[in-house]
Ligand binder design. Structure first.
Ligand code: C2E
Ligand code: MG
Ligand code: MG
Length: 260
């Protein structure tokens, strides 16, 4: 019953966005060297009448099971592009927007053309669009998904592998994957400062990724000790509560203003 209620509240708010049950928040992604914001990750939020806030992990999975994810995903993508346009309008050019993409969306054969149509009609530079995909998707339908990713990259979009290190990641596979960046999962960041530096894997993962030509974003950075370690290990970008939690549009713009 919970699932049905959540589903119908999502449908309701897709039909009439004025309900404002469904919305996006944006978490800054920081360049490690300059400490400047280089982009934002869009994260979906759902506030239901019945249960209050429902976590995205729960409601995204429900929409996948109930064949709603393509519609929801399109709404999320379009709203993210609008946010990027607003940033441009406010004078922040060259910011990048990162959008999480469900595996189900990637299996849709019209995914790439839908994405590109929206980017073109919004007059956005595809270089400023990054898609985050998780490992599980890639390993289930490797050939098909990897081909789609290659085409998206040919169009100028960049791809990040989300939650790196939690799934079946292998460096052998990483070499042939059509991605630009890995997002080092929070579990690898958590133990920084708790164990001796030489026992940490994150530094090694960063240098191996660099050898494969990939950029690295650290997820879930919460304290200065972690920032300093990641800096020393040349991690390219940082994201986490230490810099900012995910923000509503106005707060995100305010965050950029303060930084200037
Ligand atoms: P993710 O893409 O790995 O997103 C990072 C999660 O870590 C977010 O949780 C974010 O709020 C949280 N986080 C960021 N910094 C910190 C920190 O310093 N400490 C801690 N403890 N957590 C931090 P959130 O927003 O609950 O999202 C969870 C997952 O739900 C996401 O993981 C993503 O897989 C999925 N998701 C969220 N929005 C979307 C969406 O629009 N589409 C799809 N397909 N999936 C989404
Ligand atoms: Mg993500
Ligand atoms: Mg992640």
């Amino acid at each position: 019953r919970r699932e049905e209620t959540i589903e119908s509240e999502i449908i309701g708010s897709l039909v009439d966005p004025r309900t404002e049950k469904l919305f996006l928040v944006y978490q800054p992604i920081i360049d490690t060297r300059s400490k400047k914001t280089v982009g934002f990750e869009a994260l979906a939020r759902l506030k239901t009448d019945a249960f209050g806030y429902v976590s995205p992990t729960e409601f995204i999975e429900i929409t996948e099971r109930r064949h709603l994810i393509n519609r929801l995903g399109e709404w999320i993508f379009q709203s993210s592009l609008l946010f990027l346009k607003q940033l441009e309008y406010e004078g922040y050019e060259g910011m990048k927007i990162s959008v999480n993409i469900s595996g189900v969306q990637l299996m849709d054969s019209s995914f790439r053309s839908k994405i590109m149509d929206r980017i073109i009609s919004s007059r956005i530079n595809p270089k400023n669009v990054n898609l985050e995909v998780t490992e599980s998707v890639l390993f289930d339908n490797y050939e098909f998904v990897n081909k789609t990713l290659r085409m998206l990259r040919d169009d100028g979009i960049t791809i990040s592998l989300d939650d790196f290190g939690t799934g079946y990641s292998s460096f052998a596979r990483l070499r042939e994957l059509n991605i630009d960046c890995i997002k080092l999962d929070k579990t690898f960041i958590n133990n920084i400062g708790e164990v001796m530096d030489e026992n940490l894997l994150s530094g090694d993962i960063i240098s191996l990724s660099h050898r494969l030509g990939l950029k690295v974003v650290a997820e879930g950075v919460e304290n200065l000790g972690q920032v300093m370690y990641l800096e020393k290990k040349n991690c390219d970008m940082l994201q986490g509560y230490y810099f900012s939690k995910p923000l509503l549009i106005d707060d995100a713009i305010q965050f950029l203003r303060k930084q200037q």
